[in-house]
Design a protein around this ligand. Sequence first.
Ligand code: AMP
Length: 606
Amino acid sequence: MKKKLNSEPLFGAREREDSVAMLVKMEILDVGEVIKEFESMTKDAENVQRETLKKILEENGNAEYLQNLGLDGRTDPESFKACVPLVTHKDLEPYIQRIADGPPAPILTGKPITNISLSSGTTQGKPKFVPFNDELMETTLQIFRTSYAFRNREFPIKNEKALQFIYSSKPSKTKGGLFAGTATTNVFRNSEFKNATKAMQSQCCSPDEVIFAPDFHQSLYCHLLCGLIFREEIQFVSSTFAHSIIHAFRTFEQVWEELCADIREGVLTSRITSPSVQFAMAKLLRPNPELADLIHRKCSGLSNWYGLIPELFPNVKYIYGIMTGSMEPYLKKLRHYAGDVPLVSADYGSSEGWIGANVNPKVPPESTTYAVLPNIGYFEFIPLRENAEEQVQDKVDASFISMEPKPVGLTEVKIGEEYEVIVTSVAGLYRYRLEDVVKVMGFHNSTPELKFICRRNLMLTVNIDKNTEKDLQLAVEEAAKLIAKEKLEVIDFSSHVDLWSDPGHYVIFWEISGEVSEQVLKECCNCLDRSFVDAGYVSSRRVNAIGPLELRVLRRGTFQKILDHYLGLGAAVNQFKTPRCVGPTNHKVLQILCDNVAKSYSSTAF
Ligand code: AMP
């Protein structure tokens, strides 16, 4: 067995032993079998959903939460919906807090919860606690296996390595002694995960000590270094969310000469101070001047880093990570680094539980849909248009009784309609409103294929206007064309609704890659204002019920400060999503944005 290096890594000796034992037992995944299972299950989605609900309720029937709702052992969907209310995270917080505080008890699940996940919380401003257990781990592996099987059918990879920008969050324990980390950390530290990725022939090229390094910057540097050392073997480049891939290669642009120096001398830069990382990297690094020269030549020969990824990793087959929703704005930059290497969006899920797999990996991320796995949870959907129409009708009739939304089942959704997702998970969440909006694009057998639309509560609104994250993205893309003419780009962006001014107005924050003239920035500001085409916005602007849009240009590095702020709260880079619409309660992020404004412009478009 490996000697334990020091006290830093999260992996305990027992977990390491487990992990080794699992590797010995490991078999290569039979992708044909996985696809066959998926096809058969999705043909019978309605029954599988019934069975899944039954199993969840049987396993957790003795949990205090369910006991109090009077199900009395019934497990059918009708009784479930009649007895169990729709809830939000806020409703469950007291239960989750009791789980975190201990002692172990069947509060939300029959078997006491052993781990807590920290969701990224980038919408609300602070990470949320959600339960994590072995059953959730199993569903995670199932979805990984499923999408891998479909991916491997289209892009076969050999049993080689992957450059995976994966990081752990700062480990902590709850008052009751439960491990608390991000869901991705909970997954990466699980020995089953290592076994599964090996079976999927996609081992991370970096050692565990790099993934679990105490400092994210050191971890990132060493991931890049490991990638270069194993450059010929790298089959794909990935991260949980695409943002981390962009972040990694932007960092590469800054540190590539230092990386080359390390490879040339076979000595790790002094910026890596963690003893466990130093020790692990020393085993991989050997003086290799030829490789250093080759990388140096390749990097020097690139024009503005176009096609960097295939230059560095000649055998890379695809780039993989969640690329939809709030990740879409990064696609342009990702394509720039990727050259002609395909981008494949990863699956759809959350710390609360997984939802759907990308089973059409050749479809570009802009059109990616996710086929719901009917056995990884019980799913319901609140129709958004129907409810809106009904509620208006209710008000008109003055016979309004209840605003309680009426969800439909997995196989009852309609193509072309938008819904909010409700999850009943294997980890103790029952009829939980995820607050994500999805659109049904079609069906895979009898299970729906969902397109991620937006977070439900991410909405710019002052008056009768309603602009989603997607509307904001489109407006930013339109205005960014004006600076693209000067070979500049919007590195990242966010927004805020200023209701202190009278009338209230939209504030858009931009971090730009270089200096732009005053004139062009004024045009960008006007263009942003004109690009919100929602009728409520346009009409309100015309009568000055919404004030002129403000564009605030940020100093370089502001979004890094926001990322660092979230890391300080215990988040991991893996799950980070730039907060696109910062509400007044997200004081710290709003303060970082406002403290770093270099210039500001007010629209004259209306
Ligand atoms: P977290 O709070 O860190 O667990 O992140 C979960 C949230 O990330 C989900 O509720 C979605 O809003 C978003 N998300 C996860 N997967 C995807 C995806 N494939 N496409 C778009 N957004 C996603």
